[in-house]
Design a protein around this ligand. Structure first.
Ligand code: FE
Ligand code: FE
Ligand code: ZN
Length: 274
């Protein structure tokens, strides 16, 4: 099983791999830059290479880079969309130096322009930034539907992919808290949810799982993560997810409210019960 958590990249790439190893993880996720936006880190290729060799030596699974969540690919303002496009392009250049790393992003909020416009703008952005030579796959994250977020239904995600030219460069990351809050009953009907996902998007596109419990109830459209077992989903449904034959080979990334000691405990708990 590939299991890890979100970690800070503030001390560099070699450090993040060392931290991951220390807490028993064999995958992880990091923000490509300050999540509130801002400039890219100055790139230290030798640091990245040190991380790459640590990951290889320790048999890590695929890792995940997360785009800043304040980007809005479907903003009404051209300058915001241009900024999102610039950030994605810069990040994709950086990520070409990391083998086996997905690039996850939030499809954005339509802020009153309607879902259709939002979906079109997000796929326009993807068409803008994807190059034919890139090796990195971009993952669209399933969202809770808070505010005017797009991507809270499998249909909307399928539409974004459909409108994008380079289908083979696009995958999906399923966030358990988000889909639960969006109204997909992963507690009682996980198989049905996965069947729907397969019919509408295709399970071959599913590349990573954000493994979170939810502080807010089913269908609430509220995005509040809880520790595993401390939320409305609960431990057993989450164990069913990591054991599911269609999911068990994917990288599972915890984004629960924890420091690294807390993640260590959570990772060990899940490994023990798996
Ligand atoms: Fe996210
Ligand atoms: Fe997430
Ligand atoms: Zn979330």
């Amino acid at each position: 099983m590939f299991l890890g958590c979100h970690l800070s990249i503030s001390k560099g790439f070699e450090n993040i791999a060392q931290t991951a190893i220390k807490i028993n993880a064999n995958t992880f996720q990091f923000f490509t830059r300050n999540p509130r936006g801002g400039r890219a880190r100055s790139v230290d290729l030798s640091d990245i290479k040190k991380m790459n060799s640590l990951l290889e030596k320790n048999n890590f699974g695929p890792i995940v880079a997360h785009a800043p969540y304040t980007l809005n690919p479907c903003s009404q303002e051209t300058k915001n969309r241009d900024f999102a496009s610039l950030v994605l392009q810069e990040d994709l250049i950086l990520l070409e130096n990391i083998p086996n790393c997905f690039y996850n992003f939030h499809p954005g909020s339509h802020v009153g322009n309607g879902k259709e416009v939002g979906i079109q703008r997000t796929s326009d952005l993807l068409n803008d930034v994807i190059t034919s030579s890139q090796k990195t796959q971009i993952l669209i994250e399933t969202m809770s539907g808070q505010g005017s977020e797009i991507g809270s239904s499998f249909e909307e995600i399928a539409q974004i992919i459909e409108k994008t030219h380079s289908h083979e460069k696009i995958g999906v990351c399923l966030d358990t808290c988000h889909v639960f809050a969006a109204g997909y009953d992963i507690i009682h009907h996980l198989d049905n949810v996965l069947t729907d996902f397969d019919k509408i998007i295709g399970l071959t596109r599913l590349k990573a799982i954000h493994l979170n419990d939810s502080l807010k109830p089913f269908g609430s459209h509220k995005d509040r993560h809880a520790r595993i077992g401390a939320g409305e989903i609960g431990l057993f449904p989450i164990l069913n997810i990591i054991k599911h034959p269609l999911l068990k080979n994917l990288p599972f990334i915890l984004e629960t409210p924890n420091d690294s000691d807390g993640y260590f405990t959570e990772i060990n708990l899940l490994k023990e019960k798996n």
